[in-house]
Design a protein around this ligand. Structure first.
Ligand SMILES: [Mn+2]
Length: 402
């Protein structure tokens, strides 16, 4: 009961945690966007249905869910209902979602603070229960219970991956890396970006990945200089590079992999730029072990990229600065979310890596089309997913060749 242990960790704080599901989003009349559960709610319950709210007090765990409804289930699919949710999650109690507002005041009595992220549709119910609790006591002059954002507390749990989480991440990473290999195998000039996009989805979905972790970037030629390009409609031309940033989810955990390869063959200059990024990435990865800070990796990667930019004659006096060619950071946490939870700075210092954390290492080199240079309009990024282990690290995405 890993979910239960996670709840118990939060229950050690003297607060009541209120964690609602994401709302369903309408796509067009009668059609919803595919539903993807909230990562933190799922992390604490294993429950994946919309219209649910987790309430954790120091004494008990309660989940509010959609009750059974045969008519709605005929259209929308089976709901676990109150009893099914209780059996699945091992909560102390489950109730119909309609009872949330009426039950909340009692649950608040069991704690001295509220942990809730303002900004969802239940704001008014939470705030009403909070002020109502004080009204009931008559004139006291006291303040309402403090309201804290639980993001960091939950992030500190999620940042350390358990063995079962690592197994799911490994599966997501391996299948996504194999899919990148497949793209490298099928790429030809004349193909469209969306064909590679489709091939990645087909490969990973066929093997049990439920969805992508984020929309794929398939960027040929100049499109690779747009960091979050997702249009994926251009035709691939001989002589161009194509940058693919794609990762699939398996059991709710996602990979995040970037590869850059030639549509036909790399020119000498493209190969030179590629080898600079690859060298920076390999050096960054090789540093990774417990005790190393995230900033130290980024600094080392930037040093290597700076040398490379000089060799390519990109950094000129009065010319574009380093950030033009490498505007993003080298690493982020990875897990249930592609940009996973966890804080990057502690007391003003860069976070030190510990076993069980998973980060990306993704240096890039982007030469905008307007810069006068033989490589203008070229974008390269290479990204792997690295698990920090007691003895060093393990690259979870090495099945995708570089
Ligand atoms: Mn990334």
């Amino acid at each position: 009961m890993e979910y239960r242990q996670r709840r118990i960790a939060l229950q050690a704080t003297d607060g009541v945690f209120i964690i609602p599901s994401w709302p369903e989003a309408l796509r067009n009349p009668d059609v919803m966007h595919p539903y993807r559960p909230d990562s933190s709610l799922y992390y604490l319950t294993g429950f994946a249905e919309p219209e649910s709210i987790l309430v954790l007090t120091p004494k008990k765990s309660v989940l509010f869910v959609r009750p059974k409804d045969p008519e709605k289930e005929l259209w929308e699919g089976i709901r676990l209902g109150v009893e099914g949710a209780l059996a699945l999650t091992g909560m102390d109690a489950t109730y119909p979602i309609q009872q949330f507002a009426s039950q909340l005041p009692q649950l608040l009595n069991e704690a001295s603070a509220i942990y809730y992220t303002l900004g969802s549709s239940i704001d008014s119910m939470v705030l009403e229960a909070r002020s109502g609790q004080l009204r009931k006591k008559g004139r006291t002059g006291l303040s309402c219970m403090p309201l804290h954002d639980p993001t960091q507390l939950i992030g500190e749990l999620r940042i350390h991956k358990s063995a079962s989480e690592i197994a799911l991440l490994e599966k997501a990473c391996t299948l996504s890396a194999e899919a990148h290999q497949e793209l490298r195998r099928i790429v030809t000039s004349g193909m469209y970006e969306y064909e590679l996009d489709a091939a990645f989805i087909a490969y990973t979905k066929k093997r049990g990945c439920e969805r992508l972790g984020y929309p794929s970037i398939v960027a040929a030629g100049v499109n690779a200089t747009i960091l979050h390009y997702q249009t994926n409609t251009k035709q691939l031309k001989a002589g161009e590079l194509v940058l693919v940033d794609a990762g699939a989810e398996y059991g709710m955990y996602t990979a995040d992999i970037s590869r850059t390869f030639a549509v036909t063959e790399m020119t000498q200059l493209q190969a030179k730029a590629y080898s600079i990024v690859l060298h920076a990435q390999q050096e960054g990865i090789s540093m990774i072990k417990p005790g190393i800070s995230i900033q130290a990796i980024h600094t080392h990667v930037c040093d290597i990229l700076t040398e490379g930019m000089k060799e390519l004659n990109l950094l000129k006096k009065d010319g574009a600065p380093f950030q033009t060619f490498y505007p993003h950071k080298t690493s982020h946490f990875l897990g249930l979310d592609v940009h996973d939870s966890g804080i990057y700075m502690i007391d003003g210092a860069s976070r030190i890596l510990e076993p069980g954390m998973v980060i990306t290492v993704e240096p890039g080199l982007y030469i905008p089309a307007h810069i006068p240079h033989p490589l203008a309009g070229t974008g390269i990024r290479i990204e792997d997913d690295i698990l920090i282990e007691a003895s060093g690290h393990r690259n979870l995405t090495q099945a995708a060749e570089k």
